[in-house]
Ligand binder design. Structure first.
Ligand code: IPD
Ligand code: CA
Ligand code: CA
Ligand code: CA
Length: 264
């Protein structure tokens, strides 16, 4: 049986150490490369941070599996056992251009069930974390359960790709959604946006395409405060694949799904 209290203490220590190194890196120049396209960035710090976590996890928990964005983890084909899903820097573009609005994101799952989730907003020194069944916290303060708000009072966060024609939305409906909502936001870090949904800073978050390491920790946070996270068709997420994402409090989630997302 895993000792979740011990793992939790260990992860928090590693996250704080990694956060210090990342803040220290602001003093030095970055080595920046592109991946799938000219706007898909990765830096030496993304790679070093992933290496830091993976080498520590392998030493401390040799039986666990690891999925990491920068490819230093395992090739996962199943969620059996304990699986760490790591995004060393979520929001790399913000990290490179702004030195803020980026996070370390770590979700730990057991046989597909989320156990521990961490989103560390490095520049603001805000650690959001949740333990299944024991609530969600920000810097040690317990986050209250989500309260429902009407769409007219809701702050809706979207990935900016919603401006582009896509298979999920009827564009006109999307404009309606933006008009009906109190406001819209796009921060450029899915992990932070999900942590903001969990802490009530945002009322919901929609994204067309995220990888498991982008949302693994956020899902645990959102669910621990009574929120719902599905894909944009309202279906359960697959933690081994890319998914569209829609997170929020249950009533608002249902209303937006029904009125704006389901093609009729
Ligand atoms: C990205 C961020 C961004 C989301 C992208 C992700 P990265 O992660 O979460 O908000 O819109 O889809 O790839 O590449 O900066 O770790
Ligand atoms: Ca990336
Ligand atoms: Ca990411
Ligand atoms: Ca990343």
């Amino acid at each position: 049986m895993a000792n979740w209290t011990e793992i939790d203490q260990q992860v928090k220590t590693w996250i704080m150490e990694a956060g210090d190194s990342i803040r220290e890196s602001f003093k030095h120049s970055l080595s920046i490369h592109t991946k799938s396209n000219p706007n898909d960035l990765v830096t030496n710090i993304d790679e070093e941070t992933e290496r830091f976590f993976i080498s520590n996890i392998r030493k401390a928990y040799p039986g666990h599996s690891i999925l990491g964005e920068e490819g230093q983890g395992d090739d996962l084909t199943s969620l059996k056992g304990i699986v760490w899903m790591i995004d060393p820097i979520d929001g790399t573009m913000n990290f490179v251009h702004q030195q803020r609005h980026f996070a370390i994101s770590i979700g730990i799952y057991e046989n597909g069930v989320g156990r521990l989730g961490y989103v560390y907003d490095v520049a603001h020194d805000e650690l959001y974390y949740a333990e299944r069944g024991n609530g969600a916290y920000m810097n040690g303060v317990r986050l209250p359960s989500l309260t429902e708000v009407r769409l007219e009072k809701a702050l809706v966060a979207v990935n900016a790709t919603w401006l582009v024609k896509n298979k999920y939305f009827d564009e006109k409906k999307l404009v309606d959604l933006a008009i009906r909502a109190r406001g819209t936001r796009s921060y450029g870090s899915a992990a932070i946006e999900l942590a903001y949904v969990a802490s009530g800073r945002l009322d919901c978050y929609l994204s067309m395409r995220l990888s498991p390491w982008d949302f693994a920790a956020g899902k645990i946070l959102v669910e621990e405060v009574g929120g719902i996270m599905t894909n944009l068709a309202g279906e359960e997420l697959d933690l081994l694949k890319t998914n569209s994402i829609f997170a929020g409090a249950p009533v608002l989630h249902g209303q937006i799904l029904n009125d704006f997302l389901v093609r009729k």
